[in-house]
Design a protein around this ligand. Structure first.
Ligand code: B4P
Length: 198
């Protein structure tokens, strides 16, 4: 899959990141509602692949339940395919849950350059865990249980936090405190997008 067309169009690309349960998905729904961007969550793309009953689905589901990261090649292919499909009508891309480690970040930079802005939702581990457990009561997700959540938080600290540092060094990172109410968080998010993507 070739991203040349995407680069040519120079659409805004916004990346959202943060620990499991930081509220990425919730904020992305609101961003999508206000700005009409195409929301691509690598978690959702992977869960859709599992649900489709594809041959690799069982393997993916097991990795997600362990709270580990799926291989770069799989995530990158799913993301690129979804971007190319949406490109003709898209006003911009909102990428949720990617990049998740430095290998992914470097690959994304090589293929697409720097995003307009990266929003990092900061939230303490206790709240991250509580929110995932609360969602687990009805989400049916294989990874919203105490063991998986603990491992996902560890993976986030070890593998994803360096990505935030990387974007900080490149002057792309904006930090939003995510221990607040959904609308308070979104007010800050909207200010950032208005400024960086106008
Ligand atoms: P994801 O689907 O990205 O899961 P997540 O980090 O838990 O985020 P999610 O968007 O679901 O939750 P949110 O914070 O919005 O990834 C799952 C797995 O897929 C990974 O562990 C990995 O195995 C794999 N994967 C995904 N991307 C990958 C990649 N790039 N490379 C390799 N592997 C990858 O919200 C959580 C809950 O909090 C919700 O129930 C929400 O209602 C609640 N909430 C939100 N905001 C709130 C607020 N302000 N107050 C109270 N509750 C709030």
């Amino acid at each position: 899959v070739d991203l040349t067309e995407l680069k040519k169009k120079n659409l805004p690309v916004v990346i959202v990141m943060g620990g499991p349960g930081c509220g990425k998905g919730t904020q992305c729904d609101k961003i999508k509602g206000k700005y009409g961007y195409t929301h691509l969550s690598t978690g959702d793309l992977l869960r859709a692949d599992v649900a489709s009953g594809s041959a690799r689905g069982k393997e993916l589901s097991a990795i997600m339940a362990k709270g580990e990261l799926v291989s770069l090649a799989i995530v990158m292919d799913l993301l690129k395919e979804a971007m190319v499909v949406a490109l003709p009508t898209s006003k911009g891309f909102l990428i949720d849950g990617f990049p998740r480690d430095m290998e992914q970040a470097e690959k994304l930079t090589a293929e697409l350059g720097m995003p307009r802005v990266v929003i990092n939702f900061e939230c303490n581990d206790k709240i991250l865990s509580d929110r995932c457990m609360e969602r687990g009561k009805k989400s049916g997700r294989v990874d919203d249980n105490p063991e998986s959540v603990k491992k996902r938080i560890e993976t986030y600290h070890k593998q994803t936090m360096p990505v935030a540092e990387y974007y900080k060094k490149n002057n792309k990172l904006q930090v939003v405190k995510a221990e607040r109410k959904v609308d308070e968080i979104f007010a800050d998010v909207a200010k950032i997008i208005d400024k960086e993507c106008a």
